[in-house]
Design a protein around this ligand. Structure first.
Ligand code: C2G
Length: 130
């Protein structure tokens, strides 16, 4: 069984995220999403999520490509996650290009093109226009 992992906030969930998850799953049979906790988002990314961790986890678990959701609580957990979950391929959007190459010692590292036209920031801007 080929195991894939990816990380993110996934708030507000949109089709750009789905595109990423769908492509990530193509690298194996089992996809784990390490979902940023509310604390990690606020303390490390200064992101205040609209949906709580539990709500975002529930949404991700409903996606056919996702097999397991685990918490992302620190920047440093990736190496231990890759070992603990016997990961074959680490996948991220290419906005992170090169940032996680240190994992190449432990698994394949793939950066996939983002879906360019959509982002949570854009959604919020458009909604605020009324
Ligand atoms: N993404 C995408 N296209 C978009 C928006 C996002 O492909 N239009 C991808 C991102 O590249 C990322 C994933 O969807 O791989 C999740 O995006 P975010 O929730 O914004 O993730 P981020 O806040 O960048 O957190 O340790 C890594 C971090 O947790 C990543």
């Amino acid at each position: 069984m080929k195991r894939v992992i990816t990380y993110g906030t996934y708030d507000l969930l949109h089709y750009g995220h789905i595109n990423l998850l769908q492509r990530a799953k193509q690298y194996g049979d089992y996809l784990i999403v390490a979902l940023s906790t509310d604390e990690f988002n606020w303390n490390e990314k200064q992101k205040k999520c609209y949906f709580t961790y539990e709500e975002r986890k529930r949404l991700l678990e409903a996606i056919r490509y996702v097999d397991l959701v685990i918490p992302e609580e620190s920047w440093e957990q990736k190496k231990s996650d890759v070992k603990e979950y016997h990961i074959d391929t680490f996948v991220m959007g290419d906005d992170w290009e090169g940032k996680f190459d240190f994992l190449k010692e432990y698994c394949d590292v793939v950066y996939l093109p983002r879906t360019p036209e959509i982002s949570t920031t854009q959604i919020k801007k458009d909604l605020n226009k009324g």
